[in-house]
Design a protein around this ligand. Structure first.
Ligand code: CA
Ligand code: CA
Length: 429
């Protein structure tokens, strides 16, 4: 028995290391080797039946089309967990096994071989080292009908739609209030970025808005001296509860180091949503990105803004299925970024202007988490071993579930929360 236990521990450790390595690589390669396709060339027609299998249109994809084994997308109604057994403490689960956990109504996928780990307590994103990946709430019955937004600026104390809002009024990255909205400040190692970088929670800070003493702003600082070992990166992300609706954030991008020199590192400043990849070419994988590269990268000169919508990807051999729209322009300063996800179309807005519309197979299929991160592209360091750091800042983040709001309606809602003294709110079910 002792031998068996020892073997199990060794096996679990190997799996963990492998998973973390794969995840570290995933983010780096997800973006670095993809070839953005102009939105205009994309002609796929959206289909959203439960029996849908991915129909890749990218000629580069030569591998067999994977059969969808995941649950139907949440908006399809019905019971998307009926096929899964209730979690049992004594059952051995293997990578990819799915269970439901009735006490909290969620369902989970095993990240690796595990036994006796309660999924409601031991879950996290792929690569987190936790044995279970939270796939979200089981949907039972008819989905909530799409709400129509109320008159501009008058959502009132009881929103007409489910909402997630955070003004980032925290004292530090260890503020216990971060747990109210289930934020995770990334720590340790892992991707994206060069292998060997460190994610430092201390690099996520909050400072008082000089123009409004009751408001705070989140700062993500990332630094380097030109090698992975001297690189510290920053990220903060939510739990996975977001799908269709309107996403928004007010973000401050920068074009040059906050301090130090030389300038020129391929830094990526982001606001994005993502589903962990369950298996190669999983069609239910979903990702929506705003990625600003002030110093360029991925074969492009900077400054450049990428808006990219993902169907899926595979690591080995590398296959990516995404549609990307880029803008060759500088975006230093404050900007309001909005993503509308509804009716088979994903629309990206910067400061009220519609800059990209993506759809077809790239339309998200699954619940996602929201993340902000600031990271260096592997192989993209500037020459020079002196210290320099770059910042990205975020004033607020907002999400309205199953509701399409214009950028103006989003900012009206945020203004309203501020007038009500609401610094954070989450009614998303
Ligand atoms: Ca704020
Ligand atoms: Ca997908």
């Amino acid at each position: 028995m002792k031998k068996l236990l020892k073997w199990k521990i060794v096996f679990t450790c190997i799996c963990l290391i492998f998973l973390m390595a794969v995840t570290a690589d995933a983010r780096r390669r997800t973006t670095s080797t993809s070839t953005p396709t102009p939105a205009a060339t994309q002609t796929a027609t959206p289909t959203f039946t439960a029996a849908q299998t991915s129909a890749p249109t990218t000629p580069a994809v030569q591998t067999p089309t994977p059969t969808r084994t995941s649950a139907p997308a949440p908006t399809q109604g019905g019971d998307n967990c009926s096929a899964y057994p209730e979690w049992n403490r004594t059952t051995v689960y293997y990578t990819g096994d799915r269970v439901k956990y009735s006490p909290n109504g969620h369902y989970y996928q095993a990240a690796y071989w595990c036994q006796g780990n309660n999924p409601s307590e031991r879950n996290g994103p792929v690569g987190s080292g936790e044995p279970w990946i939270d796939l979200g709430l089981c949907i039972v019955g008819t989905p909530t009908p799409t709400n129509t937004p109320g008159p501009t600026g008058t959502p009132g104390p009881t929103p007409q739609f489910q909402v997630f809002f955070d003004d980032f009024n925290y004292s530090s990255s260890s503020d216990s209030n971060l747990g109210i909205l289930h934020w995770t400040v990334k720590s340790g190692s892992g991707g994206p970025g060069p292998a060997g970088v460190t994610w430092r929670p201390e690099n996520v800070t909050f400072y008082t808005d000089p123009g409004n003493s009751s408001n705070k702003i989140m700062r993500l600082l990332s630094s380097t001296q030109g090698t992975p070992e001297t690189t510290n990166q920053s990220e903060m992300y939510t739990q996975r509860i977001f799908f269709e609706g309107t996403y928004a954030a007010r973000v401050y991008f920068t074009d040059s180091p906050n301090s130090g020199s030389p300038d020129g590192d391929n830094i990526v400043q982001t606001f994005f949503t993502i589903t962990p990849l369950a298996y190669d070419l999983d069609p239910s994988y979903s990702e929506l990105d705003f990625e600003y590269l002030p110093n360029g990268g991925w074969g492009a000169e900077g400054p450049i803004m990428y808006m990219t919508t993902w169907e899926t990807y595979q690591l080995e051999p590398w296959v990516s299925q995404n549609v990307s729209t880029s803008i060759n322009a500088g975006f230093a300063g404050w900007h309001t970024l909005v993503i509308q996800v509804s009716g088979g179309q994903v629309k990206y807005y910067i400061d009220g202007a519609l800059d990209a519309t993506h759809g077809g197979i790239y339309y998200p299929d699954n619940i996602m988490f929201i993340s902000f991160n600031n990271w260096f592209i592997a192989g993209g360091f500037a020459a020079g071993s002196t210290y320099r750091d770059y910042k990205e800042e975020v004033d607020w983040v907002f999400y309205a579930k199953d509701t399409v709001l214009s950028p103006a309606q989003v900012t009206d809602n945020v203004s309203n929360y501020r007038s009500l003294g609401t610094v954070r709110l989450n009614t998303v079910q």
